[in-house]
Design a protein around this ligand. Structure first.
Ligand SMILES: CC(C)(COP(=O)(O)OP(=O)(O)OC[C@H]1O[C@@H](n2cnc3c(N)ncnc32)[C@H](O)[C@@H]1OP(=O)(O)O)[C@@H](O)C(=O)NCCC(=O)NCCS
Length: 142
């Protein structure tokens, strides 16, 4: 199954409107969807099933994972990993090799995904989220 999804990963063109299913999955996973992509952002999708949204800083060779979500019915089958690895490959091909993200310590499935994809914890932001939970900082260096 994971091998099949690999063929489905697409990077959306920067000027493309945000698909409605992305907004719906964003709302479901995080409560409120972000709006259209800013010029420095990029979006990878497995249509109707998963998306990953990044902010890119080409001059610094850096990118930050803003959000990744898999549709609830497709979780736990390797799709998140296929999507994240595809993003990592594409970003590395652009020279963006210093990757960062923030994650809640309570988000065990996300922590497992990031560790499985070679990310390492590199710090903590205290009371970062609006509900008072800390954020763990993760990095991945190619
Ligand atoms: C986090 C999320 C993207 C993971 O996607 P997924 O497709 O379910 O993940 P995968 O099936 O590719 O699993 C990747 C790894 O994490 C592990 N994992 C995933 N979900 C897990 C869970 N609930 N419990 C334990 N391990 C889990 C898998 O075993 C796998 O590890 P392995 O490769 O060593 O076996 C998905 O759960 C999700 O959309 N969550 C809601 C949104 C969210 O919290 N996003 C992250 C914050 S930005």
């Amino acid at each position: 199954m994971a091998a099949g999804w690999r063929r489905e990963v697409q990077r959306l063109p920067e000027e493309a409107p945000l698909p409605e299913w992305v907004a719906q999955l964003d709302r479901l996973a995080f409560g409120a969807p972000w709006n259209r992509l800013a010029p420095h952002e990029a979006l990878w999708v497995v249509p109707e099933l998963a998306f990953a949204r990044w902010a890119r800083v080409p001059a610094a060779g850096e990118a930050e994972l803003l959000r990744i979500a898999v549709a609830p019915e497709a979780r736990g089958q390797g799709l998140g990993r296929v999507l994240l690895e595809a993003c990592q490959r594409d970003l590395a091909a652009e020279g963006l090799v210093h990757l960062f993200l923030e994650v809640r310590p309570s988000n065990h499935s996300a922590l497992r995904l990031y560790e499985a994809c070679g990310w390492e914890s590199c710090g903590r932001r205290h009371r970062y989220y609006t509900d008072g939970e800390d954020a763990l900082l993760f990095q991945r260096l190619d």
